[in-house]
Write a protein that binds this ligand. Structure first.
Ligand code: HEC
Length: 197
């Protein structure tokens, strides 16, 4: 399949997912005490966010190459997830142990789930999203496994990294820890925070 078709398919998928999420989002029926299915909700929101980011990333790579995409992503990655956060009244973040953006570092609590995903991946078990209940919030986590060779241009080992992208990365993120990854490794997690009413 050509890259154009791939992008087109991605866009169509995104539209479908955004539509289906809207339908699944909990209604504000104050009388209803039906328990929210945070796994299903988190799953569809993170999927929509992932597709949104992926679409922008592919378009940026296509139009300006990896170096342009680094600068584009660094300006757009957070706004894209923020706009979805507003739409679903939750906080959507990607967090990582070896993070690029200092704002995406794991907290002590995130680290517990991260370690669990890392162990699961190492032992070859299928990773399932997790929900952690806090006093005032429900935290949804979903692993992000590095699954596409294209990711390696900006997150891979020296031989896989795109040299121009690397220069752009180093100047924007002087404390970058998000290189040296291989395909199939745990790159990070989606973390969606729903506040409890
Ligand atoms: C063109 C370069 C580029 C490519 C290709 C790329 N990324 Fe990134 N990635 C970035 C940049 C830049 C950031 C920091 C974004 C920000 O400032 O929020 C980032 C951040 C992330 C984060 C958030 C955690 C962190 O370290 O800040 C994850 C997770 C991630 N990328 C996964 C992936 C995956 C999976 C792929 C392949 C589908 C991919 N990336 C492809 C440049 C890239």
């Amino acid at each position: 399949m050509s890259r154009k078709n791939y992008i087109l398919m991605g866009c169509m998928l995104l539209m479908f997912i955004v539509v289906s999420c809207t339908q699944k989002a909990p209604q504000n029926e104050s009388s209803s005490d039906t328990e929210v299915n945070y796994i299903a909700l988190g799953d569809s929101i993170s999927l929509a966010a992932q597709q949104g980011l992926m679409k922008q990333l592919m378009m940026a790579m296509e139009s300006g190459g990896p170096e342009y995409a680094v600068n584009f992503c660094s300006e757009r990655a957070i706004p894209i997830t923020d706009s979805l956060s507003n739409k679903y009244e939750c906080e959507i973040k990607r967090v990582a142990l070896r993070n690029r953006n200092p704002d995406n570092a794991v907290t002590t609590e995130d680290k517990v789930v991260y370690d669990d995903f890392a162990e699961g991946l190492a032992s070859g078990s299928a990773l399932q999203p997790q929900v952690v209940e806090q006093e005032k919030a429900m935290l949804f986590y979903k692993p992000i496994v590095l699954g596409m060779p294209a990711c390696l241009k900006c997150h891979g080992k020296p031989d896989d990294l795109d040299p121009n992208a690397l220069t752009a990365i180093q100047s924007r993120y002087p404390n970058d820890k998000a290189v040296d990854f291989s395909l199939g490794e745990l790159r990070g997690m989606w973390r969606i925070t729903f506040s409890k009413q």
